[in-house]
Design a protein around this ligand. Structure first.
Ligand code: 1HN
Length: 345
């Protein structure tokens, strides 16, 4: 490949004059911004074990009252991006949030989209757009762009969840901001009940919902039952995977990040082919080994890790007697919408 001219090859006077006029020569930086064949990725394979994170999060509960935090979160930051950037990947933010019994995280709304995957505890809830969504282990609750949301806790033990947001991208776009609000009035019902079964949708007076986000809570009991039913029905299917979708459109639940759950049969190894989006893995039940590039992570229950895009990932269920269940998040909707999605077999 042709070596391009360097900045040092240019006379100092010329460089100074360019700088003064806010001009930059492209060719010394061209290979940097447009590397051959595969992008440069700052996203490093990174593993955040729950057993080491949990005591530090509980300590934050003692050190910082909820009023001083609004959201009491330890961010799972990728060292490849620099910890202060608070990014797991180019577009994904991850954080573990703690809510103690009786605490309340006040209502706000913001431009980044969020979801929460409940990791531990019972009795907490998120109210989203007036809909009170109870939190139980493995449930996925959406707080999409612009919707009011607040968290409360009527239980007796700490509740911890994993927040997944597209904050790094929305911040990069200079489009990230929030608005604080008053405590929401809870509307009756619990939206997800209306969409609990595949293939049928509510259609009062023949009209289907025109809400952008008709379903805000995806109960783990339903998702697990679907995966087990698939496994039972088709022994030959290698990848037992579901996508969290908007039940009215069949599209991804949110605009930027995609969310999935995967079941690994006892002892199963599954190779996920290289695709352009970065990915996050979080163990809901069981344990697994994750191999990407030269990293091999052993993930226990509630552990989280991330993998850069353009790399194959191999998952192995470390339990020979039981299935393991994994929650995944990736940047696929973003890549597809922007036309840069790639699958490299
Ligand atoms: C947020 O609104 C929540 O509502 C959690 O629980 C984490 C991280 C960055 C920006 C907003 C929440 C967040 C966040």
């Amino acid at each position: 490949m042709q070596e391009l001219g360097r900045l040092e090859d240019l006379p100092q006077g010329y460089r100074d004059e360019l700088k003064e006029r806010n001009l930059v020569p492209l060719w010394p930086s061209l290979r940097g911004v447009l590397p051959p064949k595969v992008p440069t990725r700052q996203t490093q394979p990174t593993h955040w074990p729950y057993q080491t994170l949990r005591p530090l999060l509980l300590k934050a509960g003692e050190l910082t009252p909820i009023e001083k935090a609004e959201r009491r979160v330890l961010v799972l930051a990728n060292p490849g991006h620099g910890l202060e950037k608070m990014q797991a990947s180019a577009a994904i933010y991850l954080g573990m949030q703690l809510l103690m019994p009786g605490e309340w995280a006040p209502s706000h709304r913001h431009t980044p989209n969020a979801v929460r995957m409940i990791v531990e505890g019972e009795g907490a809830y998120t109210t989203v757009d007036g809909m009170k969504c109870p939190m139980s282990r493995g449930d996925l609750i959406l707080t999409p762009t612009g919707l009011w949301h607040e968290h409360g806790h009527d239980g007796t033990a700490p509740v911890i969840w994993l927040d997944v947001l597209d904050l790094p991208l929305v911040y990069y776009m200079e489009a990230s901001y929030h608005i604080n609000g008053d405590r929401q009035t809870v509307v009756p019902g619990q939206g997800d009940k209306h969409y609990a079964r595949g293939g049928i949708l509510p259609s009062p007076v023949f009209e289907r919902s025109n809400k952008a986000y008709p379903m805000l809570r995806y109960a783990w009991s339903d998702v697990k039952a679907a995966l087990l039913a698939m496994a039972d029905d088709e022994a030959s299917v290698e990848a037992l995977q579901i996508t969290y979708v908007n039940p009215e459109t069949g599209g991804d639940v949110e605009n930027i990040l995609g969310f999935y759950a995967l079941m690994l049969r006892p002892g199963q190894t599954l190779r996920l082919p290289a695709r352009s989006p970065a990915q996050v893995f979080h163990v809901i039940e069981g344990s697994m080994e994750v191999k990407v590039l030269d990293s091999t992570f052993t993930l226990a229950e509630a552990d989280t890790c991330c993998a850069p895009g353009y790399e194959a990932v191999t998952l192995k269920n470390l339990n020979a007697g039981k299935p393991s269940f994994i929650f995944m998040a990736d940047e696929s909707p973003l890549h597809r919408k922007l036309g840069v999605y790639e699958h490299r077999g």
